[in-house]
Design a protein around this ligand. Structure first.
Ligand code: SIN
Length: 302
């Protein structure tokens, strides 16, 4: 039997496969395809204090080897999440990660405080590229990243993951700032800011003009950043960005990730997470690896 269990800041995940925030609704639809107990954790769609309608459509566009989105943090708000989504997810033997995406430091503190220990981990989103306030504005400035991490951490009853943006000059600097602020773990990468133009209408394909690129196109950037961040911190890293196969999982773990989040693949194939998990187990099996820890940060750098 291969040991797949990993530890994120004291929280044990039965395997390293997590759903990436915003690509899985909150599991209801996908639970009709497979048992959510298969997952190491479910990371839910971004939560704000009040409900948000998100940005104007069109807000998703296909690109070669990825998608652009500018959803704008649409969600039903914290009260709805606590009343309906937590009880639904708690029926499954998997961990819950709440992605919180308030517009202000105070809003994030309030959400974290009210969630208490009803979830297993909180992922602070300082990296959404699609909103005017908060999001990436927090996560591109090391001073603000440190400050928001510290303040939110003071209000967290569970370990705090900080989700980093790739839209920076040096992600290591932001990762260090999050660590200094008291982050218990880091997740990366959120989407890369992009733009697509319809040459016939001469208009951007997204009503927000720009959006975040995800999918296989971003994977080499994400792997590079996971590796860079793992070289400057011992905090556990959740790697994500374009994971479509079991070998992609191995690649992120070799780069230094303790766990991974699968995002865009869920939009292509509703059983992506379980398919990828099976492929990953096959990879471990074929390489005679009986404990997943053997490959974490095991890249042989030239
Ligand atoms: C969105 O809702 O716009 C995407 C969330 C994110 O990129 O953090």
């Amino acid at each position: 039997m291969i040991n797949l269990e990993v530890d994120i800041a004291g929280v044990k995940l039965k395997n390293p496969i997590i759903t990436a925030s915003g690509t899985f609704a909150n599991g209801r639809e996908i639970s009709e395809y497979y048992d959510l107990c298969e997952l190491g954790a479910v990371c839910v769609k971004a939560i704000t204090l009040e409900p948000r309608r998100g940005n104007k459509p069109p807000r998703i566009a296909e690109t070669p080897s990825g998608i652009l989105n500018s959803v704008g943090l649409q969600n039903a708000g914290l009260a709805y999440f606590m009343k309906y989504e937590i009880p639904f997810l708690r029926k499954y033997d998997t961990k819950i990660i709440a992605n919180i995406s308030g517009c202000t430091i105070e809003e994030n503190c309030e959400i974290a405080k009210r969630l208490g220990n009803l979830v297993d981990l909180i992922e602070l989103n300082v990296s959404c590229p699609n909103v005017k306030e908060g999001g990436v504005a927090f996560g591109t400035n090391p001073k603000i990243t440190k400050e928001i991490t510290k303040r939110v951490k003071e209000n967290c009853a569970v370990p705090l993951i900080v989700k980093l943006s790739p839209n920076v000059t040096d992600i290591k600097e932001i990762a260090k700032a999050a660590e200094e602020g008291g982050a218990d773990a880091l997740s990366l990468i959120n989407t890369i800011l992009g733009m697509q133009i319809d040459v016939n209408t001469r208009r951007p394909t997204l009503a927000n003009n720009t959006g975040g690129l995800s999918g296989p196109a971003v994977k080499p950037v994400a792997v590079r950043m996971a590796w860079e961040v793992s070289s400057i911190t011992d905090l556990p890293i959740i790697g994500m960005g374009g994971i479509m196969s079991g070998e992609d999982v191995a690649e992120f773990m070799l780069a230094g990730a303790t766990a991974v989040a699968v995002g865009t693949a869920n939009l292509v194939n509703p059983t992506a997470c379980v398919d990828i998990k099976k492929e990953f187990i096959n990879y471990l099996d074929e390489n005679n690896i009986d404990d997943v820890h053997e490959i974490i940060k095991a890249v042989k750098i030239f």
